[in-house]
Design a binder for this molecule. Sequence first.
Ligand SMILES: NC(=O)c1ccc[n+]([C@@H]2O[C@H](COP(=O)([O-])OP(=O)(O)OC[C@H]3O[C@@H](n4cnc5c(N)ncnc54)[C@H](O)[C@@H]3O)[C@@H](O)[C@H]2O)c1
Ligand SMILES: [Fe+2]
Length: 382
Amino acid sequence: MNISEFKTAGKLITGLGALKALSDEMARLSINAFAIITDKGVSASGLLDQVSPLLSTAATIVIDDIPPEPEITVIENKLSLLREKQIDGVIALGGGSAIDSAKILAATYDYTGKLSDLFGENTLSRRTLPLIAIPTTAGTGSEVTNIAILCDPKSQMKKGIVSHCLLPDVAIVAPEMTKTCPKAITAASGIDAFVHALEAYVSVNATPITDALAEKALKLIYNALPHAYANGENLSAREDMATGSLMAGLAFGNAGVGAVHALAYPLGGRFHLSHGMSNAVMLPHVLKVNAPFCADKLYCVAKQLKLCDRHHTKDEAVKLLLTAVEKLCRDVDIPQSLTHFNIPEDCVGELASEASKVTRLLRNNPKQLSVEEIEDIYRHAF
Ligand SMILES: NC(=O)c1ccc[n+]([C@@H]2O[C@H](COP(=O)([O-])OP(=O)(O)OC[C@H]3O[C@@H](n4cnc5c(N)ncnc54)[C@H](O)[C@@H]3O)[C@@H](O)[C@H]2O)c1
Ligand SMILES: [Fe+2]
């Protein structure tokens, strides 16, 4: 057995009503004067009002306007605002955009360098403030990963900061927080979670631990997502999605994601397609190319999802899985083509050139892809 490390948040508190633990956790971490980082959609849906009575004291500062998929300048501005206050902790309430922002703000409160210098791996050596993350989408899994992603308008790319300092002290995953999540966000962030599990499962860095998490996550998300999408009030589907997304986060936070994410990044950076949507569009096309290089794993997934039985050959099972993934995207009304997003086909060369630079993710992929192969994948996505 190879040596491997397993990283996660300091403590996971999960289940309906898990938010009740918030004030005790704040006390344990000596959080008294703190910032809440959230966004307009989350506060308008009443979630901030739901959380406020559970805090041990009132927040010193509430930043409630983190935009979806934030740019680096947004975080620089928020950092200046935070530094005007004396705070001793950060609470993130929202989807990946709010949580990623809070992770960076908590880590860089007294960092004096430029944020753009932090893109890449292990560029941060400590986090200044304690951090509690409460996800409201299911989801990015950001509450348990050591990654924060920002848009860098200079290079028109989404870029990651990867560091153990970004792992929250506590993740509180209360499924009821996702009930107000709009349909389109339920769909896109749900497929993102499915891709996290699938890419972690076929990653060259997968371990028996990440495999177990990914397998369970795939089953939960595959079965629950259409129901959570059809009826957002379906609490049992929301619970399965919250657990599935958390497990997918734990899997990919350790095994990594691969080419689906690498090819999605330029679509987000250049054309502002949301993270979930760009992953969903690329998923079937990358999966087809990867299939011969991870056929055994995909056969296992097809069996776990009950798409095949012992009469099917491995090839047939993989085809059934591809069909099922396309149907899952259709069932949650995710467009299947880049044409739908008005992306010009003549930018395939530039997209491929950008994607090929995301070596941090491409090296996890079961098939090593050349720029020409990446171009081909984009072409098939039109
Ligand atoms: N750090 C990681 O490990 C990681 C992993 C995957 C994605 N990401 C990043 O996360 C971001 C995407 O996050 P996301 O998909 O969670 O969406 P998001 O945080 O961008 O939110 C999308 C929209 O949904 C609304 N919303 C969220 N939860 C809601 C709720 N319960 N009720 C009502 N409205 C709600 C928000 O207000 C926002 O307008 C991207 O920037 C992506 O790159 C990070
Ligand atoms: Fe993702």
